[in-house]
Ligand binder design. Structure first.
Ligand code: TXA
Ligand code: MG
Length: 326
């Protein structure tokens, strides 16, 4: 792998190229927000439809304010408490934001990632960097530089920054205000839970509620996403292949000879960190089926981000009673 320096990355971005950048969540495929060529290249490289909006990465709240026409007190409080970190805030966009970034929406997703190399790069870029996860559309997100290289068959240059600590994408949240009450709506669950964001609002004396939004507002919220290349079946805790083989093979009308079993770690931080790496490893190392075994603790709110991804990546789920859930 040819290692990119920060100044080389900056040079490529300024001339309209894309560069993969490390963040604490997953690697992003970045283009400079003031280069239409760079923005178009993000979509063509990812084979991403233009209706799916991009997140803009910035290194300071000041830059976020320039890109937003309505930066509210709640945006400010959440950004000050969580940035740099895995929270994307949706805000009304300013005219500096190209329509390609927002897919024509009047709002923009803004996030300050917690990775020293990317923060350094961002400090050298006017505006910011638009960056979706650095994977082909709908596929598993990359958590190492090697994943990016594989995904794009060496055609994308990577700012190498080690393995991602958090492992799943940022919490995406929007802010609304109506008759004296603030509402923070989580569109994509992640490291920052509703409970955590609620605590931040309470500590700041804000009259507001944080909740999870039900309806899909953008394709990242659609049912199938993050898909590995082989079937993924969720199975009950303490079960293994011999317990579930007949049920699965009958249901899928297929036989499997190389199943891989991943028992979810009991700690959600570890589970998030390992998730995408495991999905990739299993699909690449000769397995023909992934089994993900639940554990007794995996229903608490801290698991919401992981279940959001697993439910979109799964083919089917087998319940404790051996019934099937789509
Ligand atoms: O952790 C992350 O957020 C990673 C790293 C690279 O920063 N990025 C990422 O980008 O996950 P992407 O494009 O894969 O997911 C962005 C999500 C999508 O579900 C998109 O639809 C949603 O954010 N989004 C972006 N702008 C939005 C907007 N204005 N309104 C609603 N949703 C928006
Ligand atoms: Mg993505």
């Amino acid at each position: 792998m040819t290692k990119l320096s920060i100044s080389q990355a900056q040079e490529l971005l300024l001339k309209g190229d894309v560069v993969a950048i490390p963040t604490e969540t997953v690697y992003g495929l970045a283009g400079w927000i003031f280069s239409e060529e760079g923005l178009k290249k993000i979509f063509s490289t990812k084979e991403r439809p233009f209706f799916d909006p991009l997140i803009v990465h910035i290194d300071t709240i000041e830059k976020a304010k320039l890109l937003s026409s309505e930066w509210t007190v709640v945006h400010d409080i959440l950004a000050k408490a969580c940035w740099p970190g895995p929270l994307t805030l949706i805000a009304k966009k300013s005219e500096l934001v190209h329509p390609l970034i927002t897919s024509g929406l009047d709002s923009v997703g803004l996030r300050c990632p917690n990775h020293p190399l990317t923060l350094d790069l961002l400090s050298k870029m006017e505006g910011g960097l638009a960056a979706p996860s650095a994977n082909k559309f709908g596929k598993t997100s990359p958590t190492t530089a090697e994943h990016v290289i594989e995904e794009f068959a060496h055609s994308v240059k990577v700012l190498e920054g080690g393995a991602c600590e958090v492992g799943i994408e940022s919490t995406v949240a929007g802010v609304e205000y109506f008759q004296g009450l603030w509402s923070v709506l989580i569109y994509r669950p992640g490291y920052f839970s509703a409970q955590k964001l609620q605590q931040i609002l309470n500590d700041a004396g804000i009259n507001g509620n944080v909740s999870y939004a039900e309806s899909p507002v953008a394709p990242g919220q659609l049912k199938h996403h993050y898909m590995p290349n082989i079937p993924l079946i969720i199975i009950p805790e303490n079960r293994n292949w011999s317990d579930v083989k007949d049920s699965i093979e009958t249901k899928l009308n297929l036989t499997f000879s190389q199943p891989a079993l991943w028992k979810l770690p009991s700690d959600p931080i570890m589970a998030a960190r390992e998730l995408y790496q495991k999905l990739r490893d299993f699909s690449q190392h000769g397995h023909d089926l992934i089994l993900v075994a639940r554990n007794a603790e995996d229903k608490s709110e801290d698991w919401k981000g992981i279940w959001n991804r697993l439910n979109k990546a799964k083919t089917l789920e087998l319940t404790d009673q051996f019934t099937w859930v789509e």
